[in-house]
Design a protein around this ligand. Sequence first.
Ligand SMILES: C[S@@+](CC[C@H](N)C(=O)[O-])C[C@H]1O[C@@H](n2cnc3c(N)ncnc32)[C@H](O)[C@@H]1O
Length: 391
Amino acid sequence: MIGDLVVLDVGAVAHGGHCVARLDELVVFVRHTLPGERVRARITEERKGYLRADAVEILQASPDRVEPPCFYAGPGACGGCDFQHATPAAQRLLKADVVTEQLARLGGLPDYPVEVEELPGGPLGWRTRVQYAVAPDGRLGFHPTRSSRVLPIAECLIAAPGVRESGVTERRWAGVDAVEVVAPSIGDVSILTRRGRGRPRVVAGPATVREQAAGRTWKLPAEAFWQVHPAAADTLVAAVLDMLQPQHGERAFDLYGGAGLFAAPLAEAVGITGSVVLVEADPSGTAGAAKALADLPQVSVVTNRVERALTELGEADIVVLDPPRSGAGAAVIEEIVATGARAVAYVACDPAALARDVKTFRSFRWELAGLRAFDAFPMTHHVECVALFRP
Ligand SMILES: C[S@@+](CC[C@H](N)C(=O)[O-])C[C@H]1O[C@@H](n2cnc3c(N)ncnc32)[C@H](O)[C@@H]1O
C-alpha cells in the first residue's frame, strides 16, 4: 500500500501539520493539503488503524492555498514548515482550530473559542535560532518529515537575516552532528557545533549573547534557551502580566524560568516587599538569570528540576510556568495547586500537552479563566498559548 496514489476529500486540520481524510474505514493524516481540498495523495506510512499520506496533486484547491514561498517546501522535501502553502491568515485559523480541538479532546472543554494573534514582522525571516543537521557529505540541511535523512538546504526563508547571512550553509562541516546559529537581538551572530548529545561548542562569534526584552538586557550563554521569534519575548511577558496582575508584596514563582524572562518583570511588579523564585534545570539558563537579575534582590534563582524544587518552595500568590513541549504533568500541577496561588499563567508551546494539563487543573477544580494564542512560529504548525488558571 505504501507508495499507492489515492484520491482523498480532505477534512479538518489535526495537530501536527496535517489534515484528516478517510479512505474506506481508515483515517488518513494528509500533509501538504488544506481542509476542503480534493487531492491525489501518495501513501507514505501504514500504521495500525491509520495511514499517513502526502498530497502530491491538488485536484480542487482551497481558496486559502498559495504557492509556497520556499523552494524546499513540499512532499518529501524539508520537514521544517508545514503550512507554507496556506496564507498567513489561514495558517492562524488552522492553528486556532487545532487548539480548540485539543482542548475538547484532551482537556474536556468543548468549543473553547480561540483566536491566534499575529506577531509583528511577517511570516518569513523570524527564526533567530536555527539548528541544522549535517548530511554525510558535510552539507547542512533539515530532515524531511518523519525521516532521519538530511536534505541539504542552501537557505531557509524563515531564518532571521543574521542566520541567513552567517554563511554556514556555504561550507562543509566535518566531524559534527549539528550546527546551530544564534542571531540575538543585540550584537554578533554565534555559531555552535554539537557532537552526539555532548555540550555545544561555540566555534564563531560570542560565547555570551545579548538579548533585549521587557525593558532590560540579558547576557546569556549562546546555547541557553531564549524565545525564538524576535517579538515573542515581549508579547508573552505582556500577556502574562496582563493575566496575573501582580500586586506589590506578592510572592511569585517563575517555573521553567530559563534566563528569567518572566521573573524580571514580575520582580519589578511585586516590588522589594515581594519575592520571586525562579526555577530552571539548565545551569546555562540560571547563569544568564543570575547576571541579568542581579539588580533585583527580591529574586532568588534555583537551579533544579521543577518537580524536585516545588516540593520545598512553600506557598505562592502567583505562578508562571513555561514548560518544554512535554508539558508540566500531573505531579507538577498538583504541587502548583498546593502552593495556594490565586492565579497561574501557563505558557505552552504544545497545545496537546497544554490540553492534558488543563484536564489535570480541572480535576482539582481550577478553571481555565482565559487563553491567548500567538503565531510565534509562522509557516510551521506550532503555536504558543498563554493560559490563565484560577482556583
Ligand atoms: C520553553 S523554555 C522557557 C524558558 C523561559 N521561561 C523563557 O521564556 O525564556 C523551557 C525551559 O524549561 C527548562 N526545563 C526543562 N525541563 C525542566 C525541568 N524538569 N525543570 C526545570 N526546568 C526545566 C529548559 O531548560 C528551558 O529553559
